[in-house]
Design a protein around this ligand. Structure first.
Ligand code: ADP
Ligand code: MG
Length: 250
């Protein structure tokens, strides 16, 4: 579903990604861990067309991100084409970014109606199912300000799912939450994983990575230091940098 080959990304003189190689299979739960500033968010943003890679190749679902191939030539995607590709990728951020003036239901309906041109009735029916799936059927009419952080984050997940993405990106989805609200959000993500969604999850929740992750990648300073089955990477890390990081977060 995702393949990175030697992906480099710089901001001016600052090299942030220094040759990332990795592969995410369909239906895989792929956990990305690493210290702050190691390039995790930047990598997700590259997958989601929010940043352009400087060199290397990045594929989503077999297609080179940012380009269209015609014969043996590559053409940069136009804005409209980028927007189309981005519809297939759901992203959930640390901050929930719900539209504050819309109810939970309206937040979930917004993109399918505005972006996909879906009828309100169809979008509404799906949105209600999704809100039920994230445990918020009874909060459909609530505004974000009337919801806890954990509930808002679950609405944000429902909103991303409403576009029926083939890939979900989570960037520290529970880092901004009070500890007692984290579990409900992780449970929703666990359910998604069980339903076979392909997910890349940047997280500091090592319990989630160990129990739900199919693989764990430890990134530091713009490179993949170590990757493998959660059991190997989290309980039996081979590299000093991984050991040192884990000793701080576990
Ligand atoms: P992480 O998510 O692992 O904490 P980030 O991908 O957010 O790491 O950031 C990696 C590095 O890239 C940081 O040093 C950050 O300051 C830098 N960076 C990220 N985005 C930008 C940007 N738009 N312009 C300049 N530097 C950036
Ligand atoms: Mg980040």
């Amino acid at each position: 579903m995702v393949k990175a080959e030697g992906v480099h990304k710089s901001f001016g003189p600052v090299q942030v990604l220094k040759g990332i190689d990795l592969e995410v299979a369909p239906r895989e739960v792929f956990c990305l861990i690493g210290p702050s500033g190691s390039g995790k968010s930047t990598f997700l943003r590259c997958i989601n067309h929010l940043e352009k890679v400087n060199s290397g190749r990045l594929y989503v679902d077999g297609e080179l991100v940012g380009y269209r191939q015609k014969g043996d030539k590559l053409y940069e995607l136009k804005d409209r084409e980028v927007a189309e590709k981005r519809r297939d990728i759901g992203m959930v951020f640390q901050r929930f970014n719900l539209f504050p003036h819309m109810t939970a239901l309206e937040n979930v309906i917004e993109a399918p109606v505005q972006v996909k041109g879906e009828s309100k009735a169809v979008a509404r029916e799906r949105a209600l199912k999704l809100l039920d799936r994230v445990g918020l059927a009874d909060k459909a009419a609530n505004y974000p300000s009337q919801l806890s952080g954990g509930q808002q984050q679950r609405v944000a997940i429902a909103r991303a799912l409403a576009m029926e993405p083939k890939l979900m990106l989570f960037d520290e989805p529970t880092s901004a939450l009070d500890p007692e609200l984290v579990g409900d959000v992780l449970d929703v993500m666990r359910g998604l994983a069980e339903d076979g969604m392909t997910m890349i999850v940047v997280t500091h929740e090592m319990g989630f990575a160990r129990e739900v992750g199919d693989s764990v990648v430890f990134m530091d300073d713009g490179v993949v230091v170590e990757s493998g089955h959660p059991r190997e990477v989290l309980t039996n890390p081979r590299h000093e940098r991984t050991k040192s990081f884990l000793s701080k977060v576990l």
